[in-house]
Every structure is written in structure tokens, then in C-alpha cells.
Design a protein around this ligand. Structure first.
Ligand code: NAD
Length: 514
């Protein structure tokens, strides 16, 4: 098997820019966009570019400004139009971390860039460097493939009542297919043996259930690769405790974000790992850590995470030999015990250094290879076709069978029977109240007196016709409108969700206790 870091060869997409030769003497420079970012960003970017430069990387740098300064200029996205122009032109982005302003009004720039440029796959190699960097797990060598565009990161949030806010979790079939097939292709290209899917489909049966179901479907296309599914909570615990049992892990956006940091920490330091964000048209390379404002300006930050991102970028743009050169010099530096404070340990380290001293040490070792850690090679770097990762399916037959009306109600001591009886008397001809839930738990009819209720009520209406399978009889949109008009004369409707059947299968979840 190739080492997990050399697996970054796969990051090279089919839509690659300009330079294609893997030769140190490449005359043609590749234009890349660089952002120095916030906090420790400028320090680690300078160190990284110094190393790339000394190694002979053929780069023409187009510098853009993003993050705090741009936010402060009242650009709420944190990125100006001119910066998008640069990214569209170069298609390759080396980015330092930025600080996300706290509070409302600002969107996360990282999420905006990933989604705007269609960078659907976030690929994070997590490898350990024992005995030179302390870790409890000498055999860890895993790749986390995280979906990068959807899930709770759609950022669609609403305050609906005095007490309740909501965040929409969006999982799509194409999004899930793309990331899951990418993970399998990745495993196959690099001789990896197993792909583990992580989800929470025991609770979120429709969203996470879809992700798991698609994983099971796609796994049949790869009989040569072992598969397993783990519920995300025990999966995370196992990454922390037995990371060596994992090979490639594929998961949705939020879970991927969390387990990547757990894995990086287990491997030794969040300061060591880089990541690639891959799309069909562009790619972005970065460290996995943030802007570390607590140590900014002190000259002590570890530039290794960004350097590892930059190594992935070099492979991506076809300068694999320079990537190999830099990577082996970096491994030799670790092996020689030259360590920044975040990984310094008197049992393993020889010298504690700052950011510049560390990068100078890597530069001094260019041309050397590690003797104890496994050296890397990018000679067999393969590219991957990203154009056929999902198949458009024949649309299912969709039937409207009811509606959930969400109501803001804070009267009668929030007694479920009071709202239930009032609503039942209001139901429009042809539709009836089936149940009411509060925070997902059924409270009417036959609720339990112990259930705590907020001011946020989900009231489910279905056809009044008797049905063998409740909620499967079609209703019309006009019926829904009449019903809502009726309900709104007495109650404050905050939103509605239509209930559909897809090819006769329920497209909505039941209430807990329904
Ligand atoms: P962080 O990763 O910046 O810092 C967590 C801890 O790790 C801190 O103690 C920090 O000193 C340490 N650390 C991080 N990188 C290090 C390095 N290279 N060398 C040595 N120590 C390092 O996480 P945070 O404090 O939660 O976030 C700070 C800011 O970064 C926030 O505004 C957050 O939104 C942003 N952020 C940005 C990105 C990104 O741009 N990709 C990613 C995560 C967080």
C-alpha cells in the first residue's frame, strides 16, 4: 500500500490546470492563488512558501486578501469579487486559516468557498509519526473523506418562536453518491482494503438513513473492498481508542468535521494535518486547524499542517517530484527531533523551535529522506476522473398526503389537550388532525403529563378518509391552503412542511411515540 500521505496523488482531478509534467526542471510555472489569512496564517504561509521556493516549486503566486480585514470593510462574505476572479482563473487555492467573526451577519468564509467552488470532497489523511511525535496509537493510518457541501452546513437557520430556533439538515442523493463513490474510488486506486461509513441513522432515519442506504447500494459496485457501517457516536469513540482498525472513512459534513479533529489530535497534533478540498473545477488546500489567535504573532506556530496541504497541492498540479522532496525533508526534520512547541516532548524531541527555525530546518534537509519513518514517493501518482460520480435517477411518483403545520402557542399553561381540542375543532373538511408533537415527541392525543413542552408545536393533518396506512391518501394543495387559512384565524403559523409519499414510501418521519 502507498503511504496514506502519498495517497494524496488521488487528489489530482481530471480538470487540472496547466502544468502536467512531474519533473523538477518544469520550466512552466503554475499560477496558484494564495491567501495569507488571519491569526497565525501569515506566519505559517511565509514558512511554507519559503520551503516550496527552496525546493524549486514552479509557482506563480496570485495573492488575495480574505477574512478579517475584508469582513471589517463591511464585506459580509469575507471575500471580494476580485478574489473570486483569481480563483476562477487559477483553479488552485493555497489558503491559510482565517478567523470567522462571532455572531450573526457573517457567513463562514470557508464554507462559502467550498460550496461556491463545488469542492465536494474534503480528504484528510491522518497518519502517526511515532516514535517522533507522541501518540498512543502506533499503527494509525486512516483517510477521512468528508462530504463538504451539504448537511447542517447549508446554514439555513430560523428563529421560529420565542424559545425555539432551527437548523435545516439537507442530505441529497447526488451529494451522497458523489462522496461515497469518491471514497470507494479512492480506496480502490490506492490499495486500501476497507471503507467505513459513519452516520446516525438510528435517529435520523430519512437524512442519515439516505446516506447509509446509498452507501450500501454503492458498496455492491466494489466487491473487492470490505465495508462496514458504524453509528457516529461509537465510531468517534473507536477513532479515539482504536484508530488502527480504520482504513478509509466516509461520512457527512458535520460528523466528518468532528472526527477529523479527533483523528488529527489522536495522531499527535491538529497542527500537523493538511487537507484537500476537491471539486470538478477547482481545488483548495489548507491546514485543518484554525487561525489559533491565542498564539498569533509569537512565531511559535507549527507550519506543518499548511505544508502538508501544500504538498497535496504540488501533487495535484503535477509537481509530484517537488512534493516528494519536500515531504521527505519534513519527515527527516520530525525524525531529527526538531519540533515546534505543540508537539515538543522531552522524551521524543531534541530541540524546541519556532516557526521560522522549523522551516529553515526543513530547507536544510531538502534532498534527504527519513531513515526510520517510511519515506514517501509520488512517482505513481494517479489522477481520478471526477465526472461520473453520480447517476441521475428516474424521479419517483410523488403524492401529497398531508401537512405538518408548526404553530407558536404559549397559552393555557401549554396543555397539549387544550391546543389539540381547539385544532381538532378547526380542521377543514376533508382533513383531520392526526397528532401534535412538541420537539418531536407526541403530546396529543394521549400525551404523557411528564413531557416538557416549549412554545413550538408541530400539528400533523392528513386526509379525513379512513386509511389502512395512516397518511397515505392523497390530498390536494387547495385543501392544504383552506386548512391553513382556517388554522391561521386562531393560531400563529410559523411554517408548514408538506407530507409526501414517494413511490408509495413514506417521505416523512413519524413523531416519537406516534
Ligand atoms: P484552532 O485550530 O485555531 O486552535 C485550537 C488550538 O490548537 C489552539 O490552542 C491553538 O493554539 C492550537 N493550534 C492550532 N493550530 C496550531 C499550529 N499550527 N501550531 C500550534 N498550535 C496550533 O481552533 P479555534 O481556536 O477553535 O479557532 C480559532 C479561529 O479559527 C476561529 O475563528 C475559527 O472559526 C477559525 N477556524 C478556521 C479554520 C479555517 O480557516 N480552515 C478552521 C477551523 C477554525
Amino acid at each position: 500500500m502507498l503511504s496514506c500521505i502519498s495517497d494524496v496523488a488521488l487528489y489530482k482531478s481530471s480538470m487540472n490546470p496547466k502544468t502536467e509534467t512531474q519533473n523538477t526542471s518544469v520550466a512552466k510555472k503554475t499560477r496558484i492563488t494564495v491567501a495569507y489569512g488571519d491569526g497565525i496564517g501569515p506566519e505559517i504561509m511565509e514558512a511554507t512558501l519559503n520551503i516550496l521556493n527552496a525546493a524549486g516549486a514552479q509557482l506563480e503566486i496570485d495573492e488575495i486578501e480574505i477574512g478579517e480585514k475584508v469582513y471589517k470593510d463591511n464585506v459580509s462574505s469575507g471575500i471580494r469579487e476580485s478574489a473570486w476572479e483569481s480563483l476562477r482563473n487559477t483553479k488552485v487555492f493555497l489558503k491559510s486559516p482565517i478567523t470567522t467573526p462571532q455572531g450573526g451577519g457573517f457567513k463562514s468564509l470557508n464554507v462559502t468557498i467550498r460550496k461556491t467552488l463545488g469542492l465536494f470532497a474534503n480528504v484528510r489523511p491522518c497518519r502517526i509519526y511515532t516514535p517522533f511525535v507522541e501518540s498512543h496509537h502506533p499503527k494509525m493510518d486512516m483517510i477521512i473523506v468528508r462530504e463538504n457541501e451539504e448537511d447542517l452546513y447549508a446554514g439555513i437557520e430560523h428563529r421560529q418562536t420565542n424559545e425555539v430556533v432551527q437548523c435545516l439538515k439537507l442530505i441529497s442523493r447526488p451529494g451522497s453518491e458523489k462522496i461515497i463513490r469518491y471514497a470507494f474510488e479512492y480506496a480502490r486506486s490506492f490499495g486500501r482494503k476497507k471503507v467505513t461509513c459513519m452516520s446516525k441513522d438510528n435517529i435520523m432515519k430519512l437524512t442519515d438513513g439516505t446516506f447509509h442506504k446509498i452507501f450500501d447500494e454503492i458498496s455492491k459496485e466494489y466487491p473487492d473492498i470490505a465495508t462496514e457501517h458504524k453509528i457516529i457516536d461509537i465510531g468517534s469513540a473507536l477513532i479515539a481508542d482504536q484508530p488502527d482498525i480504520f482504513d478509509v472513512v466516509v461520512t457527512s459534513n458535520l460528523y466528518g468535521d468532528i472526527i477529523s479533529d479527533i483523528a488529527a489530535q489522536v495522531a499527535g497534533s491538529v497542527g500537523l494535518s493538511g487537507s484537500a478540498n476537491i471539486g470538478e473545477h477547482c481545488a483548495m488546500f489548507e491546514a485543518i486547524h484554525g487561525s489559533a489567535p491565542d498564539i498569533a504573532g509569537k512565531g511559535i506556530a507549527n507550519p506543518s499542517g499548511l505544508l502538508n496541504g501544500a504538498i497535496q497541492m504540488l501533487v495535484h498540479i503535477g509537481q509530484g517530484d517537488i512534493a516528494e522532496h519536500v515531504h521527505n525533508a519534513w519527515l527527516k526534520t520530525l525524525e531529527d527531533g526538531i519540533h515546534t512547541g505543540d508537539i515538543y516532548n522531552e522524551n521524543f524531541s531534541r530541540k524546541r523551535v519556532g516557526t521560522k527555525e522549523f522551516s529553515d530546518a526543513v530547507i536544510e534537509r531538502l534532498g534527504q529522506t527519513p531513515t526510520q519513518l517510511e519515506s514517501v514517493t509520488y512517482k505513481d501518482a494517479k489522477s481520478q476522473d471526477l465526472t461520473n460520480l453520480f447517476k441521475k435517477e428516474k424521479p419517483a411518483k410523488k403524492e401529497l398526503v398531508g401537512v405538518d403545520i408548526f404553530i407558536d402557542w404559549d397559552e393555557a399553561d401549554r396543555k397539549p389537550d387544550a391546543i389539540g381540542e381547539k385544532l381538532a375543532s378547526l380542521a377543514y373538511a376533508g382533513m383531520k388532525l392526526k397528532m401534535i408533537t412538541n420537539r418531536g415527541v407526541k403530546v396529543y392525543p394521549d400525551g404523557k403529563p411528564e413531557t416538557f413542552c416549549t412554545d413550538h408545536w408541530r400539528c400533523r393533518f392528513i386526509s379525513a378518509e379512513p386509511a389502512e396506512v395512516a397518511g397515505s391518501i392523497p390530498v390536494t394543495f387547495d385543501q392544504l391552503l383552506e386548512l391553513q387559512k382556517n388554522v391561521s384565524t386562531v393560531f400563529d403559523i410559523i411554517k408548514t412542511e408538506n407530507l409526501y409519499m414517494f413511490d408509495g414510501e413514506r417521505g416523512y418521519s413519524l413523531g416519537q411515540g406516534e
